[in-house]
Every structure is written in structure tokens, then in C-alpha cells.
Design a protein around this ligand. Sequence first.
Ligand code: G3P
Length: 216
Amino acid sequence: MQIFLDTANLEEIRKAKEWGAIDGVTTNPSLVSKENEDFHSLVGKICEMVEGPVSAEVISLESEGMIKEAQELSKIAPNVVVKLPITLDGLKAVNTLEKQGISTNVTLVFSVNQALLAANAGASYVSPFLGRLDDIGESGVALVEDLVEVFDNYSFSTQIISASIRHPQHMVEVARVGSHVATIPFKVLQQMVSHPLTDIGIKRFLEDWEKSKSSS
Ligand code: G3P
């Protein structure tokens, strides 16, 4: 499973890159709004740092505006993937953009039917939001499991990006059901590496090492 970092923060991306931990980046308007920087220039900087796909989202609600924004975003770098919401206008824009060779990521997906329509329209990626489904008492992981099965049935090339990941157990579960990608906040990436027994083990090794030195 590929791992993307869900952030617009350059420092987080720099660190995750040094750890060799990420294959791409996803952003959204909420994440970009936290950074005090011009949107296009920020996307340009992220694309310079990351070789893999970098999702940047449009804010227009009508297909014409979405297409215009997408065309501008795609000029920033070849690895830009344009993120659009799953609406009828979004689908129309995806259908047009993919024919123009512009990769798309259909976001805010909460049902199999939404994902099916996005895949039929030719989307490169769909992003089911796990945490937000869990928040309303549904199962985000069950949705990803259904999507993997349905996409396999029809050999869709559309990749599933599990998004709105809130904790490391989400990662384990979406990896088990075969999500192609998971996009995660920096905090979850840090949590994935830590285990109390690893910390205890390192401490014990160092104590034993020191003891052997002082007794020799
Ligand atoms: O990738 C989507 C993500 O940014 C949304 O996460 O935690 O706001 O539901 P969250």
C-alpha cells in the first residue's frame, strides 16, 4: 500500500521525505488555509519536494470553473493531481479533464455508488473519507472493503486513496482490505513507528551495554 502525507505543511513533508516514508501528498482547502502562503506557489514547492502525485483541490462548484482551475493547477507541475468533489459538476469536470490528460482525485466519497460513478467518469483516484464516516456511526473501513471488491470485479484502474485516517489502526485495517493508497496526517505517520516495547527494548539494550562496560 502506498502512503501519502495529508498535509500542506512543507516542514512535515520534508521530515517524512527524509524518513523515506511517503509516496505522495494530498492537500485540501482546510489544510492549505493553515499555511500562510499563496496556494499555487505552495503547490509548486510541494511538487518540487515530492516526485509522486500531489493532490490540489479546486474550490469552484460548477464544472466550467472546476475545469479552468484544474487546467491552471496542472500547469504548475506534471505530478499535480486535481482534486474535485463528487457532485454532478465534479463528474462532468473529471470526464473532461481525464480526456485532456489531467489526473483527477474525486474526494468526499462516502458511498460505493459515488465511487462507482467517479470510476466510470475516468477518475485516476477516489478518496473515501473513513474518519468522517466513523464519526456518524458508520464504518469507513467497510466502505473501503466494498470499494476494493467492486473495483476488482470490473478491473477499474481507478485507485482507492483511504482518507480521513485518524489513527494507526485505520492503517492496519485499510492495508488488510487492499486499499491502494492511504493518505495520513503527520501525527499518524509518527504514531505508526512507535511501540512501547521498542522503547523498553532500546532502553534495556543500552543499560546492559553500559553495565558490561563498567564491569570490564
Ligand atoms: O484527506 C482528507 C482529510 O484531510 C480529512 O480528514 O480528519 O478532516 O476528516 P478529517
